[in-house]
Unconditional design. Structure first.
Lengths: 522, 114
């Protein structure tokens, strides 16, 4: 079954098949474009239409017959291809300038499965329809459905081919590299011809037209180049924005869903936290990143396909609005987060230790092999498992200082420091810091690390240890203190030697004393 | 220089002369002119004639009148104007000269070749 269209050719009424009509319409339009420069174009066209009407009438066997494609083809065989209508010798070089309709991207809503995007691309790119659909499906599988979003965008911005003209445009001359190249060549040869045509006998008059023609030709070359560059740019932008969009969609779906279902340990994965549920953060960053690239994608599509429709004012306002909102939310959250760490508090514990009088006090740092295998202070905080298999935050932010005690007791003062959005919160957090030291005989062993709750990873907690040394004691500082000690005017060579500590200053014992004490010690 | 351009230029002049000649005997409508031209194989497809006729008419060499036809649309019957008759006689002279010159030159060339 075929749709028929009623037409009026030179005041004669015809029924014509739709496909025959499309061909006839195209034929007449092409002729019209060839005759564009003709003075009495309309009159000539009327004559032509009258002749076509006559030919159709002759070919009809009965009055109600419908004109079909074969009759149109016969008519064209008699009348000649559109080129035949052009007899103008001046224009004979401009064969190339006849109106070629460039192919345009439309959705083919007659051959659609979903939105007709694939069928439209099939017309536009000339690729096999099944191949295009397979590419969509396969890429959707590999990108976890992200290319589906690109399909939807194409669906939204590509107009459907509804009218005959649109259907013809959809199947028009392919826009490919060889065509663009040909266009450049044609316009170049045209301009070369025009320059070559200058009749030097009529120099004055024709130079002028030669010059204008030169610039006309140059203009066309530039135009073709412009088309080529914009298409090239379009392809590059399309690839960039496509990859970024697909990437950020994968990011959104993978990280977003993992955190919603709490499948991962996010205290270690977080790059920086805004203090909101992780999936909200993922969505915010996705929107802020994806919306500009979405516009880049639209831009590239517009460069590639000239006839795309706008996505609509409301969509624009919504998208830009969402983007601004997200930026505001992220800024606000970051500022809030900054303010959150602005209160600091400390918890102090002082412990007196029984030290047998006259003993040399030996002080060293003690690492826990369970957490770290080095005595040096690294800046690395990490999540560790303790003996009872609970997760703890391990931090090497331990600093050691020394003072002279005002009595005979050895005292250790531990200051635990933390930040928080309020002073009480900071204090509460500080009190959750675990720090240990031990006096065995006359050996004071200080932990190289502090332990606390894993969620304080970003809180920059630290412990300051002050050791109050009783008067007139000989002190031996182990070299393991090197990284942790904050003593001023302390020479490196003082480590691992016996020292006299008086009035907050260190003085090495003279060698005899040192030997003595060594003997004593041994 | 394209062969098509040269051919089209040659044919165009001859075609104008021939159309005027056909109309010199009697007024005719397009299909009749076409029949004559096609039977002589001067014209293969019809399209070319329409712009040509309109130009000749615009140049005041031709005039036309409408006549009803049986079954089809009304027809344009073309005829020569006084200007057209003068134009045709001038063209006839030129053609005679030209065809003499062309025949002489081309045949001479052939003998030279041999």
């Amino acid at each position: 079954m075929n749709k028929t269209i009623n037409i009026n050719l030179a005041n004669v009424f015809f029924h014509i098949d739709e496909n025959a009509f499309i061909k006839l319409d195209r034929y007449l339009k092409t002729i019209e474009s060839y005759l564009a420069k003709e003075e009495s174009k309309d009159e000539i066209l009327q004559d032509i239409e009258a002749r076509i009407a006559e030919l159709f009438t002759e070919s009809m066997t009965h009055e109600k017959q419908v004109i079909n494609l074969s009759q149109v083809n016969e008519m064209i065989a008699i009348m000649g291809e559109p080129e035949a209508y052009k007899i103008d010798d001046e224009d004979s070089t401009s064969t190339s300038s006849r109106a070629r309709t460039s192919r345009k991207l439309y959705r083919d809503i007659e051959n659609n499965y979903i939105g007709g995007v694939s069928a439209g691309l099939h017309h536009y790119l000339g690729l096999n329809l099944i191949v295009i659909r397979l590419i969509w499906i396969v890429s959707a599988l590999f990108s976890f459905g992200a290319t589906v979003a690109i399909y939807v965008i194409l669906w939204a911005v590509t107009p459907a081919a509804r009218t005959t003209a649109q259907k013809l445009d959809m199947q028009g001359e392919p826009v490919n590299l060889s065509n663009i190249e040909r266009k450049v060549k044609e316009s170049y040869s045209k301009f070369a011809d025009k320059v070559g045509d200058i009749d030097y006998d009529k120099y004055g008059q024709q130079t002028k037209s030669g010059v204008t023609k030169f610039f006309d030709g140059l203009g066309e070359v530039l135009k073709a180049l412009g088309v080529f560059i914009s298409k090239f740019l379009g392809v590059i932008l399309l690839i960039i924005s496509g990859v970024v969009l697909v990437g950020s969609l994968i990011f959104l779906f993978s990280f977003g869903t993992i955190s919603i279902f709490e499948l991962g340990d996010f205290t270690t994965m977080e790059i920086f936290s805004l203090g909101v549920p992780y999936w909200i953060q993922v969505v915010l960053f996705f929107l802020v990143g994806a919306i500009p690239f979405f516009y880049l994608l639209i831009l590239s599509l517009k460069l590639l396909f000239s006839n795309l429709k706008s996505i609509g004012k409301i969509s624009h306002i919504t998208l830009v609005g969402i983007w601004i909102l997200c930026v505001i939310v992220i800024t606000t959250l970051s500022i809030k987060k900054e303010l959150e760490v602005s209160y600091d508090a400390e918890v102090v514990e002082v412990k007196s230790l029984a030290l047998a009088s006259e003993d040399t006090l030996r002080i060293k740092m003690d690492a826990n092999l369970l957490f770290s295998d080095e005595l040096r202070q690294s800046k690395l905080q990490k999540i560790v498992q303790d003996e009872s298999n609970t997760s703890r935050l391990y931090s090497p932010n331990v600093y050691v200082n020394f003072r002279t005690s005002n009595d005979e007791e050895l005292k250790v003062r531990v200051t635990k420091k933390s930040f928080g959005s309020s002073e009480s919160q900071a204090r509460e957090r500080a009190s959750l810091i675990d720090y240990d030291f031990e006096l065995q005989n006359s050996n004071l062993e200080l932990d190289t690390y502090l332990l606390t709750q894993p969620e304080f990873l970003k809180e920059d907690m630290k412990v300051e240890v002050t050791v109050y040394i009783p008067k007139d004691r000989i002190v031996y500082l182990d070299k393991s203190l090197l990284d942790f000690s904050r003593v001023r005017n302390f020479k490196r060579s003082y480590y691992n030697t016996y020292l006299d500590y008086k009035e907050n200053t260190w003085k090495p014992l003279d060698s005899s004393m040192k030997t003595d004490s060594l003997t004593l010690q041994n | 220089m394209k062969i098509e351009n040269t051919k089209a230029q040659m044919r165009k002049g001859v075609l104008e002369y021939c159309i005027l000649s056909v109309l010199s005997h009697d007024d005719a409508y397009v299909a009749e002119i076409l029949d004559t031209l096609k039977s002589a194989k001067l014209l293969v497809v019809e399209g070319t004639i329409y712009p040509l006729l309109t130009r000749l008419k615009n140049a005041n060499l031709l005039s036309y009148r409408w006549e009803e036809s049986t079954g089809g649309p009304p027809r344009k019957y073309y005829g020569l104007t006084e200007d057209g008759k003068d134009f045709l006689s001038e063209l006839s002279e030129t053609w005679t000269e030209l065809s003499f010159a062309v025949t002489k030159i081309t045949s001479k060339k052939q003998t030279n070749d041999e």
